[in-house]
Ligand binder design. Structure first.
Ligand SMILES: Nc1ncnc2c1ncn2[C@@H]1O[C@H](COP(=O)(O)OP(=O)(O)OP(=O)(O)O)[C@@H](O)[C@H]1O
Length: 312
């Protein structure tokens, strides 16, 4: 397990991470979600030792992460850094060799990953000749080619079409299932919702929520219900204690406490056939908006490129 404890980070006088603490468990996919400038990349770079924290600890299975441990990490950085003019199988093989895998194993691993990611027929192509989405798949393969013991991926799904997302999700999921910790950031909340076991929500440089997808959905559910009947459900608007959120003919989504909702159900049954009645739990997108709505974006503060360079 990777554990972050009390991580803070300042660039010059500007603090961009405050007391960041969370765990990334083995064998599970942890989604790292936050708006632009929330602090995801900075946190990931600190885990990887690319940046030093101003204070706080990062550990792997209770031990500080040293150079040896880092060599077994797989990282897909935000700024993609492969060689545009090199054939893709050649560069993946090269990367695997850099991690100490023998030539035969490296070639097999590169070919296998390219096949799994739908790039088998393109294996001899130069990276620059591929579409952006396919280049992104190669970046995913590059993070995985040495069979990492820890996987950290910054926006692995950006620029991918839905089918490519599914392929990448499957491959990443298989790696997590081998018992490695996987942390990835994404703005695609519907993908995160579908894929993640655990979630970490960051806003304004501070962790706002952590937990399993189900824990977050339960913690943030308000008393919201959906009633679908064979008859018009407009009458629900007039029931005391009900606030209708959405009404479309025979379907109503409304807020009410449990007792009122049960009464609505009984009334609906008395009026005709009820086809469905269920509590509505929030989507990750709704939870995310709910949590970050009052947090000012850290990018609201002007930072000129030259200041950024100096501060780094
Ligand atoms: N080298 C740096 N010098 C100064 N400020 C920096 C530096 N790197 C990041 N920041 C600032 O730290 C904050 C967090 O940035 P970070 O890149 O970690 O956010 P993020 O959550 O990854 O955003 P995005 O989703 O847009 O990639 C931002 O306000 C950013 O401007």
């Amino acid at each position: 397990m990777i554990s972050l404890t009390g991580i803070t980070k300042s660039f010059g006088s500007r603090q961009v991470l405050q007391d960041v603490s969370f765990d990334v468990a083995r064998g599970r996919l942890t989604g790292f979600v936050g708006g632009n400038g929330a602090g995801k990349t900075t946190t990931m770079r600190i885990i990887l030792g690319v940046l030093n924290a101003s204070s706080g600890e990062v550990s792997l299975d209770g031990r500080p992460i040293d150079g040896d441990a880092l060599r077994s990490f797989g990282y897909m950085p935000e700024e993609r850094g492969l060689y545009p003019k090199m054939e893709i199988n050649e560069q993946l093989t090269y990367l695997a060799r850099l991690h100490g895998i023998d030539k035969q194993g490296a070639t097999r691993r590169a070919d296998d990953l390219l096949e799994r990611l739908g790039l088998g027929p393109r294996r001899k192509d130069k990276l620059e000749s591929l579409s952006l989405g396919n280049q992104q798949r190669v970046q995913v393969a590059a993070a995985l080619v040495h069979e990492p013991d820890v996987l950290i991926m910054d926006e692995p799904f950006s620029g991918l079409d839905p089918l490519a997302v599914d392929e990448v999700v499957t491959v990443i999921g298989e790696h997590a299932a081998r018992g490695i910790p996987v942390l990835f950031s994404s703005h695609q909340l519907e993908v995160v919702e579908r894929l993640c076991d655990d979630l970490v929500i960051i806003a304004g440089g501070a962790i706002r929520a952590t937990g399993t997808r189900e824990e977050l959905r339960t913690a943030h559910s308000s008393a919201r219900w959906e009633l679908e009947a064979r008859t018009d459900t407009g009458w629900v608007r007039g029931v005391p204690g009900v606030r209708v959120e959405e009404l479309a003919g025979d379907t109503t989504v409304f807020h009410a406490d449990e007792a009122v909702a049960q009464q609505v159900l009984r009334d609906a049954v008395a009026r005709g056939e009820v086809t469905s009645f269920r509590p509505v739990r929030p989507t990750l997108g709704e939870i995310f908006r709910d949590i970050v709505v009052d947090v000012p974006r850290s990018d609201d503060e002007p930072t000129t490129p030259s200041t950024k360079e100096e501060a780094a």
